[in-house]
Design a protein around this ligand. Structure first.
Ligand code: NAD
Ligand code: LMR
Length: 329
């Protein structure tokens, strides 16, 4: 028997991430090769025509799994019946800006979208916020969706995770497949902490395999944490295809589960683990089982890691306080 189609709502559908993302969703890479999808695209009125153009191209791909495309400029309609919400639509930062500088500009987008999700999304709705500052935007949306279980609101740090995998693989001249248990902690910002102390390379401790604290502190961590800015500098536009790829990875693993013996990174509501205040949407080492993220427990956090995690979490606390003052949560 064929599966029922899954309704996937994508905001910012006419943007550059949208263009890299929609074709992969429609081809089955988001949910699996046996899951039909219906796309529900949300744009601001001025960009609806461009979204219609993308929809024409999607039609022209004749994807066997794509069972429909609807385009909206009204969040309530776009999220009606949504099973998956990819909240991409938001302004990207330009050169010299930090992602937190976007709070004022973008925060306002996520309140009505949270309300729309609360009002009309399907009971199993799963939300991934990509639009920056992603963690705090997810917090805003979540706080306006009181009827949706809090853990269904997540933010994307998978791009940071993937960036860290590649930097480490290059340093040690190993394959991505040789690396397991890497973690991004904290905020999707320059304070994030990519942790090699609990990671493994071919079964051995990754930090020990590197054996070079100076590289870790002065090269690896800043390269990963500031990669977004480096991409903006090089491309003249913020990352798009790699961001779309990470969104696909995040949702695929959430729905289909993470592989045995490994974990990944996702920003999910804290349950207080590792001293992260409950409720903050912070990146953790996570596994997914039966459609639910779980924080990996019992990891040893040394003094160096503790300081880095605390600094990033402190930034999340400050962002939360800022949006509280703005009346957004
Ligand atoms: P873009 O400017 O190319 O596209 C954004 C789109 O969102 C535009 O088409 C715009 O019309 C639309 N939009 C704006 N307000 C909207 C609203 N209220 N409802 C629906 N659509 C709306 O930007 P992009 O490069 O696609 O990036 C989108 C966001 O993703 C940015 O905030 C960027 O910083 C962020 N981003 C996050 C990550 C991450 O790892 N979390 C990675 C890359 C980019
Ligand atoms: C990224 O990490 O590439 C995105 O968050 C875009 C940005 O502003 O850095």
């Amino acid at each position: 028997m064929s599966k029922a189609p899954v309704n996937v709502t994508v905001t910012g559908a006419a943007g550059q991430i949208g263009y890299a993302l929609l074709f992969r969703i429609a081809s089955g890479q988001l949910l699996g090769a046996d899951t039909p999808v219906k796309l529900r695209l949300l744009e601001i009125p001025q960009a609806v025509k461009a979204a219609e153009g993308t929809a024409m191209e999607l039609d022209d791909c004749a994807f066997p799994l794509l069972q429909g495309i609807d385009i909206f400029d009204d969040a309530n309609k776009a999220f009606e019946g949504a099973n998956v919400g990819l909240l991409v639509g938001a302004r990207p930062r330009g050169p010299g800006m930090e992602r937190g500088d976007l709070l004022q500009a973008n925060g306002g987008i996520f309140k009505p979208q949270g309300e729309a999700i609360n009002a009309g999304a399907a009971d199993d709705i799963r939300v991934l916020v990509v639009g920056n500052p992603a963690n705090t935007n997810a917090l805003i949306a979540q706080s306006h969706a009181p009827d949706v279980p809090a853990e269904r609101f997540t933010a994307m740090t998978r791009l940071d995770h993937n960036r860290a995998l590649t930097q480490l693989a290059k340093k040690l001249d190993v394959s991505i497949n040789d690396i397991k248990k890497l973690t991004i902690w904290g905020n999707h910002s320059a304070t994030q902490y990519p942790d090699l102390f609990n990671a493994e390379v071919n079964g051995a401790n990754a930090a020990k395999a590197v054996g070079d604290q100076a590289w870790l502190e002065n090269d690896f961590i800043p390269t990963v944490a500031k990669r977004g800015a480096a991409i903006i500098e090089a491309r003249g536009a913020s990352s798009a295809a790699s961001a779309a790829n990470a969104a696909i990875d995040h949702v695929y693993d959430w729905v289909n589960g993470t592989p045995e013996g490994d974990w990944t990174s996702a920003a999910i509501p804290s349950d207080g683990s590792y001293g992260v205040p409950e409720g903050l949407i912070s990146s953790f080492p996570v596994t997914s089982k039966d459609g639910k993220w779980e924080i990996v427990q019992g990891l040893e956090i040394d003094e160096f890691s503790r300081g880095r995690i605390d600094a990033s979490v402190q930034e999340l606390v400050e962002e939360r306080d800022t949006v509280k003052k703005l009346g957004l949560v």
